[in-house]
Design a protein around this ligand. Sequence first.
Ligand code: FES
Length: 173
Amino acid sequence: MNGDIEPVPVAPPWKRDFPYEAQSEEEVTRREFARYLVLGAGTMAAANVGIAIWTQLRSINTGEPRAIVDLAAVDIGSTYLFHYPGNDDPAILVRLTDTEVVAFSQKCTHLGCVVYYEPGDEPDGGRWHCPCHEGNFEARTGSVISGPPTRPLGRIDLEVRADGTIWALGRHT
Ligand code: FES
């Protein structure tokens, strides 16, 4: 008996504002945290897939007709990078033969990674390759050869004009 008064424990303010009735507050908190984590991750994944689908559903041939490059400036089997239909839309063309040129959106139809051209043994025997998940597309048509993509690459309609310039035709149908 020294006359000291024992302090009365006082509940912290958060406990008064959010009085849990559960047997184990700690367990409930962890469970709820995990639920929010799963919910947040699911929402972000759904948003990413939605954005990828939206960008791929846009037609690629919606821009204004545009001169891209002189045919003579691209060697057979070589590629040329440009933007189409918008200035932020990466696109790529390849000269397959003396007269044949094809162009595609550079965005993979799986999750939007950048595709590039892998030459084959023959100048026109290459393919479009996406390194993210090993997606492969046919060089001429952009159709899926293998990997997770289910839709072909967005093909950009081209024409080689009389002066030798390659044009993206844009809205022409
Ligand atoms: S993003 Fe191209 S294969 Fe997945």
